[in-house]
Design a protein. Structure first.
Length: 303
């Protein structure tokens, strides 16, 4: 959204292709309290809607589709008058193709799976990766949260609005989340912790009825009854469609320089899909502005 705002304000013809299968992480976040300008916090969906209206105001065009592949259109690519190579890229979607001199990839990331027995079987039947989406379904019930980072703690706290008990299962004996979230979690009487442990199996018949928990130090296993399992153990970048186009790191994140430029002329990357230290809404917005500005300069030099 930020990239769209900046490129449109620069009077570049801008098309933003939104995925219909992978939601923006911010949209599924109930309360964002560390984005500047909102001292009382803001709902993620409301914040992104404001971004979208602002981008549309400046002329960004939106379509909903899935990008399947990006390749160079060699028939129209060529060399500029200077040393800058001037490619034309073809973006293939599930219904149409588009050509462009420059592309900004902001495909984000999605929650990681545990890849354990029962996870696929009970997805939508007690297994969830979004507390904001599904938390209300577990009113006065007991749920389990897998993870120990910021997202896991934020979602565990959110789930206490509905569930009568939230058990956080973490593979270490200390949390990775920020101190303020740790303090809130420890002080919440509805939240309990199971340390040095992982979920090895999700149990149930027609829906989730419990989990099998394994202690990573002793190897001992025990069953824990619950009505729902919320999984927040990290993220996987949405970059599979780029594997034959751009260098990715071992986790699948796009490798780009400080100005968001990838190894391909005219292709930039920003937000959670690129290799970086911090993945937050505020850093994604900053990335988007940088990528858009770099894109503007590239097109100015390439003409």
């Amino acid at each position: 959204m930020t990239a769209g705002i900046y490129t449109s304000r620069a009077r570049l013809k801008t098309l933003l292709i939104e995925s219909y299968s992978v939601p923006c992480q911010a949209v599924t976040t109930d309360h964002i309290e560390n984005y500047p300008g909102f001292p009382d916090g803001v709902n993620g969906f409301e914040l992104i809607e404001k971004f979208k209206k602002q981008a549309e105001k400046f002329g960004t065009e939106f379509i909903v589709s899935e990008v399947k592949d990006i390749k160079e259109n060699e028939a129209h690519s060529g060399l500029s008058l200077g040393r800058m190579y001037k490619p034309v890229w073809e973006i293939l979607t599930d219904g149409k193709s588009y050509t462009s001199r420059a592309i900004i990839i902001a495909s984000g990331a999605r929650p990681k799976r545990l890849d354990i027995p029962g996870e696929d079987k009970f997805r939508g039947k007690g297994v969830s990766y979004c507390a904001t989406c599904d938390g209300a379904l577990f009113k006065n019930k007991e749920v389990v949260v897998a993870g120990g980072g910021d997202t896991a703690l934020e979602e565990a706290i959110f789930l206490t609005r509905f569930a009568k008990k939230v058990t956080v299962i973490h593979r270490r004996n200390t949390l990775r989340g920020t101190k303020i979230l740790q303090e809130r979690s420890f002080s919440n009487k509805k939240i309990e912790f199971v340390w040095d442990s992982v979920i090895s199996e999700i149990l149930g018949v027609a829906k989730v009825s419990g989990v099998k928990v394994k202690n990573v130090k002793t190897g001992a296993e025990k069953d824990l009854s619950c009505d729902g399992v919320f999984i927040f153990v990290g993220y996987t970048p949405n970059t599979a469609f780029l594997k034959d186009l751009l260098p990715l790191d071992e986790s699948g994140y796009i490798i780009a320089d400080i100005n968001s430029l990838t190894s391909k002329a005219g292709i930039f990357a920003c937000g959670d899909c690129r290799k970086k230290l911090l993945r937050q809404v505020v850093t994604a917005a900053g990335d988007g502005a940088t990528a858009a500005f770099a894109c503007q300069h590239f097109l100015g030099e390439a003409v």
